[in-house]
Design a protein around this ligand. Structure first.
Ligand SMILES: Cc1cc2nc3c(=O)[nH]c(=O)nc-3n(C[C@H](O)[C@H](O)[C@H](O)COP(=O)(O)OP(=O)(O)OC[C@H]3O[C@@H](n4cnc5c(N)ncnc54)[C@H](O)[C@@H]3O)c2cc1C
Length: 394
């Protein structure tokens, strides 16, 4: 949609072909219905980080926000430098985009999955199940496979591999961690502030802090999702990642942070917890040592343990990771069409002139925090403008 608006603003006659019955369904689902549309902090991208940095150098976050403010969207900055619509509604983001498409006379055809893209002398022939279109330039912005029905089934990549592009194997990213069942037994439904560290044995590899959500299959929540990419990589290379959860922040013993944090010794806070429990022992009976400190489900699970074991379970709760949830539950796709095959200044294909690409379809994925939509919006704005220019200059 940003590509369409930008191309139309720069003089192109634009048609949006959308496979689904309506445009922008992922926007509505994003940020728990609030749409975290950008991030004002440092860039946090994976995959083709050079492309991400270059794109956001050409179209920085200020420009993305200026674009949305120009469409009438009011935004606010929240913790972690995350930007949301001020009204707290993802629908507001989609509404301003759709209104602008309408006002700028962009044709939007829904229920029109593109099944084939063919290079012709004059440009491209675009096949949908019902109709064939001719265009002088094409912006491919089909997103990724994440999010179940909100994503595509991989077919969209073939539109570009058919024109000579390479597919970097798509994998789920920003998804929940699947752990050994017995590790999370009895804790399902529990939401706790925690610091999560993924370890190779006891060697810390990556850490994130925030709200962990226990489920019947493992651990979810933003901090767990941040670690899923690394956990997936480790599992893919035959390693058995170990997750340690440190609940010290829940106990008010260390500050609460909602972000990626340095991966330090996962057992570092065990002495702190032990001292805290010993202190409580002066005033409380042993069976009530965790009352008022930890939620009931966790207290039940740990009661009866010797004090050092209890401290260890509160500061380095172990959960062996056996998998990550699939595309259905992921928020973004790692992998996609190889980004380096596109010129980041224009988003034009180096292999097929007149073809442009944007967004999650490419081999770029961001952390939680607005990075994915920001990249999609920014690369779309660049691609649309360059596509219009390429038509004008032809
Ligand atoms: C539950 C959830 C929550 C999320 N929350 C956030 C968040 O808060 N912040 C953030 O930055 N990111 C978030 N993301 C990720 C973000 O939504 C995506 O990275 C972003 O929408 C990608 O934009 P895009 O335009 O590249 O692709 P999409 O938004 O997926 O749009 C691509 C469009 O192309 C259509 N399409 C696919 N194939 C074809 C075809 N062959 N022909 C025609 N049309 C086709 C699709 O139907 C879709 O409408 C979330 C994702 C999910 C699933």
């Amino acid at each position: 949609m940003t590509a369409a608006l930008s191309a139309s603003k720069h003089g192109a006659a634009v048609t949006v072909l959308e496979a689904a019955p309506r445009v922008g369904r992922k926007i509505l689902a994003s940020g728990n219905g609030r749409c975290n549309l950008a991030n004002l902090g440092a860039m946090r991208y994976n995959g083709d980080t050079a492309l991400a940095e270059s794109v956001l150098g050409v179209c920085p976050v200020g420009q993305v926000l200026a674009f949305f403010h120009g469409l009438g969207l009011m935004t606010v900055e929240e913790a972690g430098r995350r930007v949301y619509p001020a009204c707290g509604q993802a629908a507001a983001v989609l509404d301003v985009l759709r209104l602008a498409l309408d006002q700028q006379g962009v044709a939007v055809v829904c229920d029109a999955p593109v099944t084939r893209l063919e290079k012709t002398k004059a440009g491209f022939r675009i096949y949908t199940s019902q109709k064939t279109y001719e265009a002088r330039a094409v912006v491919a912005a089909c997103g990724g496979m994440a999010g179940g029905k909100l994503g595509h089934d991989g077919g969209a990549y073939r539109l570009l591999t058919g024109l000579g592009h390479t597919l970097v194997s798509p994998r789920p990213a920003l998804t929940a961690l699947v752990t050994e069942k017995k590790a999370v037994k009895g804790l399902s439904g529990l939401r706790l502030p925690a610091r999560l560290t993924i370890c190779d044995g006891t060697k810390p590899i990556e850490a994130a802090q925030g709200e962990a959500l226990f489920t019947d299959y493992g651990v979810s929540g933003v901090c767990a999702m941040q670690l899923s990419r690394k956990a997936g990589e480790m599992l893919g290379s035959g390693k058995r990642p170990m997750l340690y959860l440190d609940f010290s922040s829940m106990l008010g013993l260390v500050p609460r942070v909602y972000d990626r944090v340095d991966a330090n010794d996962p057992f570092a806070n065990v002495p702190l917890l032990l001292a805290c429990l010993k202190e409580r022992q002066h005033n409380l009976p042993k069976e009530a040592l965790l009352t008022g400190l930890a939620p009931r489900l966790l207290a039940e699970r740990l009661k009866g343990l010797p004090l050092p074991e209890m401290a260890k379970a509160l500061a380095a709760f172990p959960a062996p990771v056996i998998g990550v949830r699939g595309m259905e539950n992921a928020q973004v796709t790692a992998g996609g069409i190889r980004g380096s095959e596109f010129d980041s200044r224009t988003m034009q294909s180096r292999k097929c002139p007149g073809l442009f690409a944007a967004g999650e379809m490419l081999d770029v994925d961001g952390d939680c925090g607005g990075y994915n939509l920001q990249f999609a919006f920014a690369s779309g704005l660049i691609a649309g403008e360059s596509a219009a220019r390429s038509i004008r200059n032809a």
